[in-house]
Ligand binder design. Structure first.
Ligand code: RIB
Length: 321
């Protein structure tokens, strides 16, 4: 790991994911029989931190776990991945839990019990100002208190540290927050929430840009992504062909790799291409953190830039799935 680089700092959630595979996501009042249960390390913040570490870029995480077995286990796993966990605190609350159902089409539905993540307050964050000041870039999401995200955005703006905000899960945002965001990265559901009343992707992107963010990347899963903002022209990127097993954390894989791309000096479009590859690899495997791409896999995959090629087969041939 190259430690003379300005680290990426992730401010966000740390969860244990309790995952059931189900034939379909249950409707209200319905019980479905799941056929498989597994626990995986997750949390949008921790996933993004591991995504960065696997791409061999230095990363520090600011977050909170409980004083319980899950908290200990999740911190140990982050350490093992090479994430600097010095700034992960312990709260008198249960470690965050996500209850996830993954259906036969690899799509998911998630309920998060935030627990200790809610103890990442603005006061806790302000104590980490020096860590944020030294960051090359900050990654955040919305599974921690919204006033902490607002405080983070102000600190980043004051210190001219770029902030990439994954506005997930979608929720009402404080006035002015978006104008302190460098890159906003909603998926289509989130973009519809934040840009209500718009009827096309272009209108959605335009509305979000008017709200003050410098750039937007609309993440469209298998349909690829659209990037807009910094040069006034929307850029459409297609996704790679893969056999999807579980789409959980694909968005986190994307954000982590986009950040690493920018820190390596790639432009936004090139970084988004890099991110698209990381997301594609992540959906070929089950679970959040176990699914995230390594640098070695990325290099192998990017040698094969043809989007018509099925990357699942290529990854299998190299025994990487
Ligand atoms: O983005 C995926 C993540 O969302 C899961 O790991 C789960 O913990 C929820 O936070």
């Amino acid at each position: 790991m190259q430690s003379d680089l300005r680290p990426i700092v992730v401010v966000g959630s740390i969860n244990m994911d309790l995952v059931s595979n189900v034939p379909h996501i249950p409707r209200v009042g319905e019980t479905v029989l799941g056929n498989h249960f597994q626990m995986y390390a997750g949390g949008k913040g921790a996933n993004q931190a591991v995504g960065v570490a696997r791409l061999e870029y230095p990363v520090k995480m600011i977050g909170m776990v409980g004083r319980d077995a899950f908290g200990k286990q999740l911190r140990e796993l982050l350490n093992k991945e090479g994430v600097d966990t010095t700034h992960i605190g312990e709260a008198a609350a249960a470690t965050g839990i996500a209850m996830i159902e993954v259906d036969a089409a690899a799509e998911n539905s998630i309920v998060v019990a935030q627990g200790a993540n809610l103890h990442l307050t603005p006061d806790v964050l302000r104590e980490k100002t020096n860590i944020l000041r030294a960051a090359g870039l900050v990654l955040a999401q919305l599974e921690i208190p919204i006033d902490t995200v607002e405080c983070l955005a102000k600190i980043c703006a004051e210190m001219h540290v770029p902030l990439i905000l994954d506005p997930a899960p979608a929720q009402a945002l404080p006035d002015g927050l978006l104008s302190a965001v460098t890159w906003l990265t909603p998926n289509e559901t989130e973009a519809q929430f934040y840009a209500k009343g718009t009827s096309s992707n272009e209108e959605m992107l335009a509305m979000l840009l008017r709200a003050g963010v410098q750039g937007v990347i609309l993440k469209r899963g298998a349909l690829g992504s659209v990037l807009a903002g910094y040069d006034g022209v929307p850029h459409y990127l297609s996704a790679h062909k893969v056999r999807a097993v579980d789409t959980t954390a694909a968005g986190d894989a994307f954000n982590a790799a986009f950040a690493v791309g920018l820190m390596q000096g790639y432009g936004p479009v090139e970084s988004a291409r890099f991110a698209t590859a990381a997301a594609a690899i992540s959906v070929t495997r089950a679970g959040a953190q176990p699914s995230l791409a390594t640098r070695k896999e990325m290099l192998l995959a990017l040698e094969r830039t043809n989007h018509d090629e099925n990357w699942s087969e290529m990854l299998e041939q190299h025994e990487m799935t």
